[in-house]
Design a protein around this ligand. Sequence first.
Ligand code: HEC
Ligand code: HEC
Length: 688
Amino acid sequence: MTPRKRNSTLFIVACAAAVFAPSVVCFAQAQSGYACPSGRTGCYQSGYAGLTDLEEHGRDTWYFWTGGDRDATGKQVVGDQALWRILAVQSHGTFDLLQAADSRYRGQRFKLFGVISDPDCRKATHPDRYGLWLDDCSSPDVPRIPDIPGEPAGIIGMRKFPNPNFKESDWDVNKYMADPAKVEPPYLIGIACGFCHVGFNPLHPPADPENPKWHNLHPGIGNQYFKEQLFNTSKYPPERGLKTGDFRWQVANAQPPGTSETSQVATDHINNPNVINNIANLNFRPKHRERTEDGVERDVYHVLKDGADSIGSACLDDPTPRPGVNDTACAALRVYVNIGLCAAIWTTLQDPVFGLKRVQGVFDPKLARQQNSACNQGWLATQARMEGLEAFLRTLTPLRLADADGGATYLPKNSESVVRGKLVFAENCARCHSSKRPPQSYQGEAVDWYRIAVMQDDFLNDNFLSDDERHPVSEIGTNIERAMASNATEGHIWQEFSSGTYKKLPEVHIDGLVNPLHTSLHLLPVEATGGRGYYRTPTLANMWATAPFLHNNSVGLFSNDPSVAGRLAAFQDAMNELLWPERRPGLKTIRRTTQASTFTYQEGGTVCISRNTPIDMIANVDLVTPEIFRKDNFITRFLCHVIGSGHLNGLFLLADNAPDFVQDRGHTYGSALSDEDKHLLIEYLKTF
Ligand code: HEC
Ligand code: HEC
């Protein structure tokens, strides 16, 4: 037997389960099961085995589909690349993905921006015929999928398209770099879901994070290292990017790695970036009966951190419930809208970049599709792919530390200690963090049921490790900013994507918020209404690999190290802070400006912000600014002086949409346990 054949046999054994149960993926098991186009063993497809055709279709959607290319006229852009071009124009290049993809950063992209370079591409050795530096992605292994337009742009999840409005005779690269609003570029950049959701595979981390191979990547773990706004605003060379004295740099720099500000465009005027959660065990996610926006009662998930997105299948044209289909399909379709589909319509319902010029309107997908053929075409083409996407996401199962390269050495050796850790979990955590629950007929105390359930060898299998319930933030005690998000409430842009049940949730009374200017004082209580004020319980699957913790990645060290040891160091540190709240930095996590900075309106007016100002005090205020204040004149210069000297701080605090500044507070379940019990609980959690 040649070594190659022996590998193949191993591959067959390891993936046998997958053959009989097609919805179990044997992810990245063996590289030899698939012959790549180049004849090599490592290409995009080779990490997968046992996927059905539908699941493969979904996998390709996840990695490459941005919503389409262009409409029948050939001029209107259909996919999300339309949004990124609109943002580059309206921000005059501050935010431009085409410049952010500059190949001269290849080799440092992970370190600087936490993005992952595409293994099929190489660093450009010279500018292209338009003077742009983009990765060379001419490898024969680049997947060519007949019904997916676009080409790789050098970074995982990023796609490059010819710009239908480009005119070579008008092109001038320097003019473009100075202001992308001035001239149409040859390419548009779009992003697929994998851009944020694909991360380094915790089981097989890359030897060099700047140059990973396909088997070092995992589709569902989420990119814990992504520095979103530093990347989006990056330029080559760095001096062309935002300056530290620009308030926007201050906001970008304070954003925790691994998070995305999902309500930045359209903005809800709350600086509430939230973690890209990992996706696993969707088949076991509990559902809830809700009245969806079309008036029909359905069993739905509580999608998103605040559980706001609970549309189920209400936005599909064919909402007939089908087992195993349609549950996340519609929620996924809505994410395409969020990252750019139909942008030509919804960016007119608000001021997309800063939200300063007008208040939000409601995006009605049905109306938008009637008004705009590109929107309708992108919607239909994307909708047709959602069944596959959902099927693919349903194949993702937790990655166990025991299966990681060298992972077994970190696991508890003593079975008695594991038994005690399980009991501690049953008594303190399982009522929220388990989808295996006492049956309705069960008469006793729930905790007694959990005490028995956790001892079953298969307790962790097929367990979503969450009740998927929305819990009031006043009870959970974590930072309220993400729970105060308002885009899905009545009258706001994503109104159509949340349920009636969500909008009628009981009001939440929040007290005890720290005044960031005098930290010994409290602010006035906040009432969260209209669906706001809740956090959905997240799954604990994969938690050994996904620290720091909480919706804002605020608890624990950011190790910036995707190795097994690096992930475990982050996990240990986060657990240390989670279970011993007195060890958390607390007031030090208030995001503050590192130096005096200014925010300059496009019309010329300037707002001055002094050093050490709580960033969210300025960023969480939504005042549509009258034009007179946006211009540079005597009044605005005077205002700048007054704001900069701190005289208006009290007003800013009063107008704050989510006046919570301490990032790492709550939840404190388990903090009263003995030190020994805490340590045993941590050992058990490592096995999730
Ligand atoms: C810019 C980064 C980014 C991109 C691109 C992105 N996501 Fe996400 N995704 C996130 C973040 C952040 C969250 C967590 C949001 C939350 O829970 O409020 C998330 C959460 C999710 C979840 C889990 C929600 C839950 O409640 O469990 C799903 C499913 C999902 N995204 C699907 C998609 C799909 C489909 C696409 C492509 C159309 C996509 N994502 C593109 C950042 C991204
Ligand atoms: C009353 C319900 C409830 C109980 C009990 C509970 N949790 Fe949670 N847990 C939540 C909610 C809700 C969140 C999300 C909070 C946030 O992100 O702001 C959460 C978040 C977490 C996270 C962060 C996960 C991530 O992906 O960042 C961890 C870890 C966690 N809980 C562990 C535990 C442990 C360990 C226990 C028991 C000692 C426990 N929880 C008890 C509801 C609960």
